[in-house]
Design a protein around this ligand. Structure first.
Ligand code: NIG
Ligand code: FE
Length: 424
């Protein structure tokens, strides 16, 4: 047995776990599994009693150098760490008053038409300093981290003018620098019409593609571009203009699509090979076919469905039949989903959308990573990043079934163990 693969560098050895690798539709379960990680990536995973000699040597050599993290999982469930692939978690202010109005019968659309809704959060977010916005937003990201989330997407869209869109995105980047988790940023300048352009939505789109998008991209603040394509948002044609500008800058696109009505936005997204179309309650068969052909992910947001007390379900069975990958996310935002809890979304995905627990798991791991264009994460497999969660759960479905007790026991991100302090 050659020792060529024994290289210095800290090693993580996890043994005695039941691994749910997420490599197939039944979650790729391995009983009595072990995982070896080094240099931030998984180097070996399999049945513990089949650990090859070279990896036994690798672990022993690291032990001698005292450069090893050993974790005895005592039969716990090991999964990829979670990904929350759709959030708006950088915001200021509160919309509790609108919650009360909706309980008295006002609709989300009516509140938006009266200048509330997204625009009320825009006002508060513009007024907040960058430092204050960071302080308000950080606890939301910390909450997700404590639930086993290693990768969060954060959208702008509460600035709606250059300086405030940049402010939001900088805060998002700073969150990624301040916590051990990874942040992907999405520019959602085309989220609502700001007061300065109240009667000129085409003029605002001009401003987005001419000024906001290039400046934000230039600062390295944009990993993807999103639009709210809706009768209370932007038209399909306006969405197309933003997508074209994104494409010219080499940026992938995503879309808030068919949430409140069918705008045929998902087919447009698919024509750009977009990463994901999100919400999708009103998605048509045509949209499903286009997404299946393009390989775009369907991101379902059961928190918004629940909080807005929607009744129209996304076309789950048709998405399954067409083999469109389904992801699940929190949509954490102050208006339609003030619910910063990804395992709760897994629970809702099962109870409200009748996803299976297996679909819910794939939706917050493999498919959520794909919705961010991240193919180095989302499964437990060789060469994937060592983003690993250990749960005190008897079976994968237990996380969807019970709610209220945090079963996370260990979280590794890039092979490094997140400290207990950071998980509370
Ligand atoms: O994903 N639909 C548009 N955007 C958000 C809601 C934003 C808000 O109400 O503040 C969503 O539901
Ligand atoms: Fe959203």
């Amino acid at each position: 047995m050659s020792n060529t693969s024994i290289q210095p560098g800290s090693v993580t050895f996890i043994k005695n776990v039941k691994a749910a690798t997420m490599t197939d539709a039944t979650l790729g379960l391995i009983d009595d599994a072990a995982i070896v990680a080094q240099h931030g990536v998984i180097r070996w995973i399999g049945k513990e009693n089949a650990l090859p000699m070279e990896f036994q040597h690798l672990v022993l050599a690291a032990e001698e150098r005292q450069d090893v993290t050993m974790i005895d999982g005592r039969g716990m469930l090991a999964t990829p760490a979670l990904t929350d692939c759709h959030t708006h978690l950088v915001w200021a202010g509160s919309r509790a008053n609108e919650f009360r109005q909706r309980l008295h019968g006002a609709s989300y659309q009516e509140i938006a038409a009266k200048g509330g809704g997204i625009l009320s959060t825009v006002k508060a977010t513009r007024e907040a300093s960058e430092a204050a916005l960071f302080d308000m937003s950080l606890p939301r990201a910390k909450a997700l981290l404590s639930q086993g989330v290693a990768h969060i997407e954060i959208k702008s869209g509460y600035g709606l003018r250059l300086e405030d869109e940049l402010k939001q995105l900088r805060v998002a980047r700073r969150i990624g620098e301040s916590l051990p988790l990874r942040v992907s940023t999405t520019l959602l300048a085309a989220h609502a019409l700001p007061p300065e352009y109240a009667d000129d939505s085409d003029g605002y789109i001009d401003y987005v593609v001419r000024d906001i998008l290039p400046a934000a991209a230039n600062e390295g603040l944009v990993d993807a571009v999103d639009v709210f394509c809706e009768n209370i948002g932007f038209s399909r044609e306006q969405t197309d203009r933003v997508f074209r500008a994104a494409q010219q800058l080499g940026l992938p696109v995503k879309l808030h699509a068919e949430q409140l009505s069918d705008q045929d936005g998902s087919a447009l997204l698919a024509s750009y090979q977009g990463l994901s179309a999100d919400h999708l309650e009103y998605l048509s068969d045509k949209g499903i076919r286009a997404m299946a052909d393009a390989g775009s992910v369907a991101v379902l947001l059961p928190g918004a469905f629940y909080f807005l007390r929607e009744t129209k379900l996304p076309p789950i069975q048709a998405l399954r039949d067409a083999k469109v990958p389904i992801a699940i996310a929190t949509d954490a935002n102050p208006g339609s989903s003030p619910l910063v809890h990804l395992p709760l979304m897994m629970h809702f995905a099962c109870t409200l959308f009748q996803l299976t627990p297996e679909e819910a798991w794939l939706g917050v791991t493999k498919h959520a990573a794909a919705a961010l264009g991240d193919h180095q994460q989302g499964t437990l497999a060789v060469d994937q990043r060592a983003d690993i969660a250990l749960w005190d759960l008897d079976s994968p479905e237990a996380i969807c079934y019970q709610f209220g007790i945090n079963p996370l026991r260990h979280l590794l991100i890039g092979g490094k163990q997140v400290s207990k302090d950071q998980l509370t």
